[in-house]
Design a protein around this ligand. Structure first.
Ligand code: CMX
Length: 143
């Protein structure tokens, strides 16, 4: 089952520039940064400096390569919202439920997401033009 909004993902060309913009403009600070080679991204999870700790995160996604998902998105659409992510208890179970409803999941089996989470995606053409990510949190807490 879907529990809450996990994060909203924004494609950016340059992660360091975007981190400075969000810090100086909105007071959002990075609680986590990592490189995910398989996904072709350098990414950060942001939270309000003095905000509600349970708030949904803002994820900044910068491409490691032009032929990555984020590289292609930037080429086609430019910087902006790339995905909406939901926290789920069990990514395999929710993926199976959505497949049974006729939606295309991008992966046959979950892959590794932020901070050891397990993830899958619903194709944006099957979800009203929104790339939907399902996130089963990993051992490192909030994805
Ligand atoms: N949101 C909404 N629509 C999107 C989209 C997005 N993020 N990305 C592509 N689309 C649209 C395209 O505009 C295209 O529409 P038209 O056919 O009307 O032009 C359509 O979807 C299909 O495009 P495509 O050429 O078949 O597919 P792409 O090569 O653009 O790939 C996708 C799209 C979703 C399959 C690819 O981005 C993907 O595999 N995403 C999952 C992985 C990912 O996003 N990783 C980065 C984040 C990592 C993380 O969160 O940890």
């Amino acid at each position: 089952a879907i529990r809450r909004i996990d994060h909203v993902g924004i494609a950016v060309a340059d992660l360091d520039e975007a981190l400075a913009f969000y810090r100086d403009t909105f007071g959002l600070i990075a609680e986590h940064e990592e490189i995910n080679e398989e996904q072709g991204v350098r990414e950060a999870m942001l939270v309000p400096a003095d905000g509600d700790p349970s708030t949904a995160r803002l994820q900044l996604l910068a491409p490691l390569r032009p032929d990555s998902a984020i590289g292609k998105f930037l080429d086609r659409t430019g910087p902006g919202i790339q995905q909406m992510a939901y926290t789920v208890d069990d990514v395999e179970e929710t993926s199976a439920e959505l497949r049974a409803k006729g939606l295309r999941l991008l992966y046959d089996a979950p892959r590794r997401g932020t901070a050891g989470s397990r993830i899958n995606f619903v194709h944006p053409k099957d979800a009203g033009g929104v790339l939907v990510e399902l996130v089963e949190p990993g051992g490192l807490g909030h994805s």
